[in-house]
Design a protein around this ligand. Structure first.
Ligand code: GLU
Length: 449
């Protein structure tokens, strides 16, 4: 197996991305304190969650909830259940939520939570008890105007129903629906939330193709697409691309991948997933491993699984014309550089994976007003929000490229020994736009006291 020698700690990766944005977040006077304030996490809650599992014994799980920044509104972000969850992972994911909400201009800050557990080995009642214990322990650190969770890896609308119920049992006599998003439709959920991340990614992708930003692609019909991950996001992305006339040629899940250069029969793949729990061994397909799916020659590669999937170890092997991130943090900064040098554009997660939180915001608004929007209304607003953010990123990138010399000169004045600024990527432009917006909000509010 190829190995990567770079630092794969997710919070360090978030920092390296942020550091690439800082020289463009002018004015630079006093930049250090401001940059630290914008990057540092405001609050990290670390809990031990004792839970009785079905074996009748107490098992202790680590739970985390991080509020990165709430200058633009209450914390917002999912809760994940995964064996690898740790503090720095949750801090990084909370940081990216701040940038996502700022870029898409929804009035939330960034937060994230997670429990280190293996959801694949847990029964439904065990997951329910872990969720309830976690939410009860967080107490008033969550709230409709404080910090609002949502689904993430291996949590879903059922998990969110338990989150709602637990919070509601502790806060009777008030409208608690806006305390959590991604709820079931019967319990204040929004239409379109389930598919929102994949749909938002697709709206952005379609727009960037039609406006010529992704120059190597001419249209949608007949595009070949490889998708890593077949959970909520990957599966919906496959359906949406397929419906638009693209050909899905490879998909994978945690057990492995499948490939058919002629195009997979998606109905058959979904049937296989539903019946066996994995896409592997779908009849008529060639097996791949989970990572090989990233290296399949294709027009569009969609990483929709875990973080740090494209690193220095495999970035030179990527054979896609374009990479569109649907997971959070799938590409390391060093791999970004390699893809950039190879002329492979990357549509960054804080834009292309932001559809979920955008529809979460719609759900929150509906809950506050006790309304139910129609599918058409949700889609129209999601599309408008995603396109506005995509345009902001593209316009901002053009400005950064045009004025690179000015930025370089100003940066050299405050950091004489710094290496030359790299050519601004779409990711850097998206980060700069988001960080500037948070900075302005901070300055307008003023630093307390
Ligand atoms: N977990 C999703 C994300 O990473 C959604 C968060 C939300 O809806 O608050 O963006």
């Amino acid at each position: 197996m190829r190995t990567s020698t770079e630092d794969l700690d997710l919070f360090h990766i978030a920092r390296r991305q942020f550091d690439r944005a800082v020289p463009f977040v002018h004015p630079l006077e006093g930049w250090r304190g401001m940059a630290e304030m914008l990057f540092k996490t405001e609050r990290t809650i670390k809990l031990t969650l004792p839970v009785v599992l079905d074996d009748g014994f107490v098992h202790n799980f680590e739970g985390y909830r991080v509020l990165h920044n709430n200058v633009r509104g209450p914390g917002k972000g999912g809760i994940r259940f995964h064996p690898d969850v740790d503090e720095n992972e949750i801090k990084a994911l909370a940081t990216w939520m701040t940038w996502k909400c700022a870029l898409t201009d929804i009035p939330f800050g960034g937060a994230k939570g997670g429990v280190a557990c293996d959801p694949k080995t847990l029964s439904e009642p065990e997951k329910r008890r872990i969720t309830r214990r976690f939410i009860a322990a967080l107490g008033d650190d969550l709230g409709p105007h404080t910090d609002i969770p949502a689904p993430d890896l291996y949590t879903d609308s059922q998990t969110m129903a338990w989150v709602y119920d637990t919070y509601s049992m502790m806060h009777p006599g008030q409208n608690n629906l806006p305390v959590v998003t991604g709820k079931p439709l019967d319990l204040g959920g929004s239409v379109g939330r389930e598919t929102a991340t994949a749909q938002g990614m697709f709206y952005v992708f379609e727009h960037l193709v039609s406006t010529g930003v992704l120059q190597s692609l001419e249209g949608l019909a007949g595009l070949t697409v490889a998708i890593q991950g077949f959970g909520n996001v990957g599966r919906n992305a496959a359906r949406i691309f397929n419906k638009a006339g693209a050909r899905i040629i490879a998909v994978s899940d945690s057990q492995g991948g499948i490939h058919d250069p002629e195009g997979l029969d998606l109905a058959q793949v979904e049937l296989q997933k539903d019946e066996t729990g994995s896409v592997i061994e779908t009849p008529g397909t060639k097996p791949l491993d989970h990572r090989e799916v990233l290296e399949v020659p294709c027009d569009v590669l969609v990483p929709a699984a875990l973080q740090t999937q494209i690193t220095t170890a495999n970035a030179t092997q990527i054979e896609a014309k374009v990479v569109v991130e649907a997971a959070n943090g799938p590409i390391t900064p060093e791999a970004d550089d390699i893809l950039g040098d190879r002329g492979i554009p990357v549509v960054p997660d804080i834009l292309s994976a932001a559809g979920g939180v955008v529809v979460s915001y719609f759900e929150w608004v509906q809950n506050l007003a006790n309304e139910q929007w129609t599918e058409a209304e949700v889609q129209d607003r999601l599309r408008t929000t995603m396109l506005r953010a995509a345009d902001a990123m593209v316009t901002n990138r053009a400005e950064l490229v045009d004025r690179l010399g000015d930025y370089q000169e100003a940066w050299t004045k405050v950091q004489p020994d710094a290496p030359p600024l790299p050519h601004p990527t779409l990711r850097t432009a998206a980060h700069v736009f988001a960080v500037r917006r948070c900075r302005r909000a901070m300055e307008q509010r003023g630093i307390w006291p």
